[in-house]
Design a protein around this ligand. Structure first.
Ligand SMILES: [Zn+2]
Length: 578
């Protein structure tokens, strides 16, 4: 492709509408344009990268014996009513009517449609297992679409669904997909991590998220260098204390006046004790029950863990009036002694101490010298706080590190949630009717494009991993008007294309400075620079965009030297297997 002919409207300045780097660079490099809130058009430069991502996803899905299908984007309400999701999915589901007043939705996901397809066709155990995938448009009506391709309303996803005869077969399908995902993300040239995740409202017994590691990621995860344990923050287990510190001589609780001291920090400062000695009491409404959750003052409650422990589908912090009626005091003075709630649950890290300061359930007062086992009626001690970097690995006790990531893939075991709601059954070898066991496996294809940029950019632009770059090489031609040099450029271009690299040739009549700036912005991982001076010396300069390293290759032996240099960029800079 010649840059002079290429439909790639670049921008010199950061667009005001963009607040994350991938959004800025996607717009600046002429890859996408916004149609309206949360809807984007892909221009040729963006679409080339997207197609390369799809090709790698497709290659690995096919290698894992997944078969590609294409399901309708518009889905009838009747299927969603069968699973009950028509009512519970909420406003992210865009509902519409056709001319006959029949209800439909735009597909945000395809569990219902695929289950309908399979239940109508599969009768016998001999037809299982089967795993079907598609690469297709989804629509989720986000309240606040933002961050460009990171959180848009219409996007492209690869979604796969497995149907198995039993749990063992389902386990195998799940592991096969996990391995396929690892090959997808390493094949894309991204640095990623698979973490244990909470299954959330989709249900099912097990789930993993695949995160692209990037400082700017919205998700947090912990990694253990000792054993490789990896989990997202919602899920990561916090170990109970190794030894309890039972101070048997804890005196009786003593009421102390703490006027206006609503926070752990206020109370700790006043009593000159560490935050870790103050008990935080959080009051929740969990479905219809009133619940108190206790955590040490230096830890954060983990509402996902708490909701799972309670088996609650809705969990929300109690409003001020509820706090007043359950505790008899305003927010900030609740404690476990004499509290009128249905259940009191405590974080198991509290077992390390036995002498606490906590709210007294009266305004402007706390208790000190509280022993939970003696003075409060705690129903259960469990893991309900969020892990911190200073905590030990729950598996091997080594140190942990905290990282930021962008979720780009998620695999779930669905069990029989959809097959039982939609009656997807088969006859086993004995002729008995049984429910199919399902799994679902997603990859956010458009989000991957944004994630690749979040992970790989500098102040001048992005640099794509070679397998997904719109063009692997940009040939920056500094004298395209010079006939001899123009011909030499063509020779180099066909040599590079001959060994499988696609080339964007900057043949514009522009200053060198403009060309270098644009090459950095457009994101090819390799630049080949043709100029008069080098040409006269029989040399051509090349630049590895990611490392910034420049070298000269000989014009005479260009093909073999370029090929060797390109291999180095793949293997050493990007840690890719070619
Ligand atoms: Zn570990």
């Amino acid at each position: 492709m010649r840059l002079s002919q290429y439909y790639v409207p670049t921008l010199r300045e950061d667009p005001a509408e963009a607040d994350v780097i991938s959004h800025k660079l996607l717009l600046r490099a002429g890859m996408i344009r916004k149609l309206t809130s949360g809807l984007y058009s892909f221009l040729p430069h963006g679409f080339r990268a997207l197609n390369k991502i799809c090709a790698i996803v497709r290659r690995e899905m096919d290698a894992a014996d997944c078969q590609e299908v294409l399901l309708p984007f518009v889905q009838p309400a009747s299927l969603w009513q069968e699973t009950g999701r028509w009512e519970v999915y909420g406003s992210e589901l865009l509902r519409l009517k056709d001319r006959h007043q029949r209800d439909y939705c735009l597909g945000p996901t395809h569990e219902e449609v695929i289950t309908d397809l399979v239940r109508d066709e599969i009768r016998s155990y001999r037809q299982l297992p089967v795993n079907l995938y598609q690469i297709q448009t989804k629509f989720r009506d986000e309240v606040r679409p933002r961050f460009g391709l990171m959180r848009c309303r219409e996007f492209i996803m690869k979604d796969a669904y497995s149907f198995d005869r039993d749990e063992n077969e389902n386990e195998e399908s799940y592991r096969t997909m996990q391995r396929a995902y690892e090959r997808v993300f390493s094949g894309l040239g991204l640095s990623f991590c698979a973490v244990e995740a909470d299954s959330g409202p989709i249900g099912g017994s097990q789930s993993h998220e695949f995160m692209v590691l990037a400082e700017t990621g919205e998700d947090s995860l912990v990694l253990c260098s000792g054993c490789g344990y990896a989990a997202n923050l919602e899920k990561a287990e916090v170990s109970p204390p190794q030894t309890g510190n039972a101070e048997t001589n804890c005196p009786d609780p003593e009421l102390i006046q703490t006027p206006g001291m609503h926070t752990v920090a206020d109370v700790a400062a006043y009593l000159q004790i560490p935050h870790s000695r103050v008990l935080k009491t959080l009051l929740y409404k969990a479905d219809d029950a009133s619940v108190a959750a206790l955590v040490p003052g230096d830890r954060e409650i983990n509402e996902t863990k708490l909701a799972n422990l309670l088996g609650a589908s809705e969990l929300e912090l109690a409003h001020a009036e509820a706090v007043r009626s359950w505790s008899g005091a305003e927010v900030g003075f609740s404690g476990p002694l004499g509290l009128s709630v249905d259940r009191i649950l405590a974080d198991h890290t509290l077992l390390r101490e036995s002498d606490w300061v906590c709210g007294a359930n009266q305004d402007d007062a706390h208790y000190r010298h509280v022993r939970l086992d003696r003075d409060a009626s705690v129903e259960q001690y469990a893991d309900i706080s969020t892990i911190r970097e200073e905590d030990a690995c729950p598996k091997c006790n080594s140190g942990l590190t905290l990282h930021k990531g962008i979720e780009v893939g998620h695999v779930f075991k669905l069990g029989t949630k959809y097959s039982s709601a939609m009656n997807a059954t088969y006859l086993d070898a004995e002729g008995r009717e049984r429910l199919m066991i399902m799994g679902s496996y997603g990859i956010g294809v458009t989000r991957l494009l944004a994630a690749a940029i979040e992970q790989n950019h500098d102040q001048d632009g992005c640099f794509f991993p070679p397998p997904i770059a719109p063009f692997e090489v940009e040939l920056v031609h500094l004298a395209p008007q010079d006939e001899t040099l123009a011909a030499a450029g063509e020779t180099l271009r066909s040599a590079m294309e001959g060994i499988g690299a696609d080339v964007l040739l900057d043949d514009r009549d522009e200053r060198a400075g403009v060309k270098f700036k644009d090459a950095d912005l457009l994101g090819s991982p390799m630049q080949v620079i043709v100029g008069k001076k080098g040409f006269e010396q029989g040399m051509v300069e090349v630049k590895d965009r990611k490392s910034g390293e420049r070298t000269s290759l000989s014009l005479d032996r260009f093909s073999s030297e370029f090929s060797a240099w390109r291999n180095r960029v793949w293997h050493e800079t990007w840690r890719l297997e070619s």
